[in-house]
Write a protein that binds this ligand. Structure first.
Ligand code: HEC
Ligand code: HEC
Length: 371
């Protein structure tokens, strides 16, 4: 569902960009900043960087790697600067070539982003921060906490996430450059997906969200409050639960889900409902989560004798299971070997592609009301 929203948003963005770029062609160019050599790409830099929130001189005096420039320009685009894909490449090439990282001195304007001074602080875009919040709630909140100030003491130390408001990884970040590099190396995520798979736009949105948290932690802006995930409509959630969501095929709010709203706080409730398996370690409202249910296999070799048990290993070439006696069985996979897999969480895995963000918020509001 996230991918769909993102694609739509990007498509909309790209078409507005295309329209605005042509509309801007007639404008008188902004004065050229000093220090930008007359080479191909300069015009585009001046037009893009000088057209929106600030003059083009904002870029001169800075020095970043091409990757970091790409992150900066991406950030500008998410804040309303207009460029198509070709112009984007042209700008990043030009800036990477002519304004490379400066080496040597530390401190303001030092090496790349590390010494970024107050003049080039990350400027938060509220809409991007809101989108980043969704990713944070889906992938980070349980370990890093609803205020991003660190995970609860109830988590085992290995899972208790750091205080991100004080994290150097966040403080040194500009438009996702260091947060993105950190996540690229591999970091746990609530969904169990690889953190390196978050795309550039998601990382930049996350960066906006975390910078908003940093900026407002000491004030009383909206981002200094614990995240409220209860924004949905209870009645719509109930209708979805009983209807389109198909939840009643497996659950009942007077049976297995009785009192679910008491069992978990809203953040945890959302995680448990989105990722019931990978959230094995989660707990909330004092309730300890049960061990995740096992995936089971039924393997029938060509000779016909079926062996069943819990999944021990499965890929395209090999399969292994442990039977109820605890004995281990393994096979090489061939077309004649029949393998049937039963994943108790398959229903939830399939649902991830189905619900919209709105459905999710509505369902959480409904489940929370089941006291
Ligand atoms: C399973 C728990 C868990 C999840 C989920 C998780 N983290 Fe972490 N995170 C940690 C722990 C533990 C640390 C401290 C150890 C380390 O650096 O790996 C940490 C450290 C970090 C740091 C470095 C802080 C510093 O200054 O050293 C950043 C940045 C970070 N996490 C961001 C994120 C983001 C963004 C997400 C969501 C996309 C996320 N984390 C999801 C547990 C988690
Ligand atoms: C195909 C069956 C199936 C469908 C459909 C299904 N679920 Fe589940 N659900 C499960 C299983 C299995 C678990 C794991 C139970 C466990 O681990 O004890 C689970 C766990 C949950 C949990 C966590 C319960 C707890 O006590 O931790 C919630 C909440 C939940 N589902 C909500 C929903 C909602 C809402 C829908 C519909 C949008 C839905 N489920 C659809 C099978 C299903």
């Amino acid at each position: 569902m996230k991918n769909i929203t993102r694609t739509l948003r990007l498509t909309a963005l790209v078409s507005t960009m295309a329209l605005t770029v042509s509309a801007q062609r007639g404008r008188p160019p902004a004065p050229a900043p000093r220090g930008l050599p007359d080479e191909p790409g300069k015009e585009t830099v001046i037009r893009l960087c000088g057209s929106t929130c600030h003059g083009p001189q904002i870029v001169s005096g800075k020095g970043y790697s091409k990757d970091n420039w790409a992150a900066v320009v991406n950030g500008m685009i998410s804040r309303g600067a207009k460029a198509n894909a070709a112009e984007f490449t042209e700008i990043v090439d030009y800036l990477g070539k002519h304004l490379p990282p400066r080496t040597g001195t530390a401190g303001a304007g030092g090496v790349g982003f590390i010494g970024a001074g107050p003049d080039d602080a990350h400027i938060v875009d509220a809409a991007a921060a809101d989108r980043g919040k969704s990713t944070y709630v889906a992938e980070c909140v349980t370990c890093h906490g609803p205020k991003a100030r660190g995970g609860p003491d109830s988590l085992p130390p290995a899972q208790r996430g750091a205080d991100l408001v004080r994290s150097l990884v966040v403080l040194k970040d500009r438009y996702g450059a260091t947060i993105g590099a950190f996540l690229k190396k591999g970091h746990p995520m609530q969904s169990g997906k690889a953190s390196a798979r978050l795309d550039g736009a998601q990382v930049i949105d996350l960066a906006h969200f975390l910078h908003a948290k940093v900026g407002e932690t000491l004030r009383s802006g909206p981002y200094s409050q614990p995240i409220n995930v209860l924004t949905g409509n209870k009645a719509a959630g109930e209708a979805y639960f009983k209807g389109a969501g198909g939840c009643t095929h497996c659950h009942s709010i007077s049976g297995d889900l009785a009192g679910i709203g008491k069992k978990y706080d809203p953040v945890m409730l959302q995680q448990k409902f989105l990722f019931p398996r990978t959230f094995g370690f989660a707990r909330g409202g004092g309730a300890r989560a049960a061990a995740p249910k096992q995936v089971t296999l039924k393997v029938t070799p060509p000779d016909g004798k079926t062996v069943s048990g819990t999944l021990a290993y499965l890929d395209d070439f090999n399969v292994a299971l442990r039977d109820s006696e605890g004995e281990y069985h393994s096979w090489k996979r061939t077309p004649a070997l029949k393998v049937e897999k039963n994943d108790p969480y398959q229903g939830h895995i399939d649902l991830l592609d189905k619900y919209t963000d709105k459905d999710i918020h509505n369902v959480v509001a409904f489940l929370n009301s089941v006291q």
